[in-house]
Design a protein around this ligand. Structure first.
Ligand SMILES: O=P(O)(O)OC[C@H]1O[C@H](O)[C@H](O)[C@@H](O)[C@@H]1O
Length: 306
């Protein structure tokens, strides 16, 4: 669909418009509660700014906007595998969902003041090269005071299949050196996804002093990103997700990555609601899996809901 067709069919006056940015179609939500930008390529949230506040989401200024390339930042969707493919390392890292244009299925202005957009991705010849199953992923994004995401994977396959998935969220922070993350204390983790040797977990909240790439499994906990420099806490609530990934590339890796500037690592942390390793999800024919994530900002010092 062209931008005009998208606007005619799904635009909502003064609330949701489609436009082209960096050569890619995006949906821009603007209501009394927030503004939110979503790329149709990858169904990837690129910004979420609550009213009178700063962006909760970070996107690299060096991001590449080209079909076949993953946009660095926002909320990429990793599906149906995470990291390199287990058997074929020529397959796209983190799966194909973030490399495809999704279909816009519905938009709605809610009485609550929130604005909703639903997008979907269905198997086709391209996905079948990598994943021989029939499926439909639906992503519903509701943008208001909070950002809510509901990701449904429905099997229309005759065989059961297993998926790993992640909402690979890049959170905007004032300075990674000051950030701490709570919610994963005493939870075993793998320092790298391929390591077989789980660490037994740390008692203290996570602090960042070096490259960090941790996969926590068997955790349904909500996390908080405590960010003293922006004087706020981001609360991340989730369900249908039994793993959480925490990633920051630090200086050396940032330097090597073409779509990051060398000091960008200071500005973001990825906290990813996921289902990985032995938490991969088996979906039977006709069945579905639902993962939800809600992110919201809390002012520092205010009581935080657990
Ligand atoms: O560069 P990408 O393919 O977007 O992956 C970026 C990062 O994603 C996850 O957080 C993984 O745990 C990391 O190992 C990986 O480096």
């Amino acid at each position: 669909m062209t931008i005009d067709e998208l606007n005619q069919k799904w635009g909502i006056k003064d609330r949701l418009q489609f436009s082209e940015e960096n050569g890619m179609p995006v949906a821009i939500i603007s209501n009394n509660l927030c503004t939110c930008k979503i790329s149709i390529y990858g169904a990837q949230v690129l910004s979420f700014i609550p009213a009178n506040s700063k962006n909760l989401i970070w996107v690299s200024e060096a991001a590449v906007y080209e079909p076949g390339v993953a946009i660095r930042g926002g909320i990429p969707l990793c599906f149906p595998w995470f990291g390199p493919h287990e058997e074929n390392n020529t397959f796209p890292k983190h799966g194909f969902a973030r490399l495809m244009f999704w279909n816009v299925d519905a938009t709605e202005q809610l009485i609550s003041g929130e604005t909703k957009i639903s997008m979907s991705l269905t198997d086709n010849d391209y996905t079948k090269q990598y994943f021989p199953f029939s499926f439909k992923c639906t992503l519903e994004i509701t943008a208001g005071k909070e950002l809510m995401m509901k990701w449904t994977t429905l099997s229309s396959s005759n065989d059961s299949f297993k998926i790993s998935n992640a909402l690979h969220t890049y959170f905007n922070v004032g300075s990674i050196h000051e950030v701490s993350i709570t919610g994963l204390e005493n939870t075993p983790f793998m320092e790298e996804i391929r390591s077989d040797d789980p660490f037994s977990g740390e008692v203290a909240p996570i602090k960042f002093h070096r490259e960090t790439d941790r996969t926590y499994t068997d955790t349904i906990n909500f996390c908080k990103i405590i960010d003293p420099s922006l004087q706020r806490t981001i609360l991340i609530k989730k369900s249908g997700s039994n793993s959480t990934v925490v990633w920051n590339p630090w200086a050396e890796l940032s330097n090597k990555m073409q779509d990051l500037k060398s000091d960008d690592f200071n500005q973001f942390v990825c906290v990813e609601a996921a289902n990985l390793l032995h938490n991969a999800v088996l979906i039977e024919p006709g069945e579905k899996h639902v993962m939800r994530m809600v992110v919201e900002e809390r002012e520092e010092g205010r009581k935080v809901v657990r």
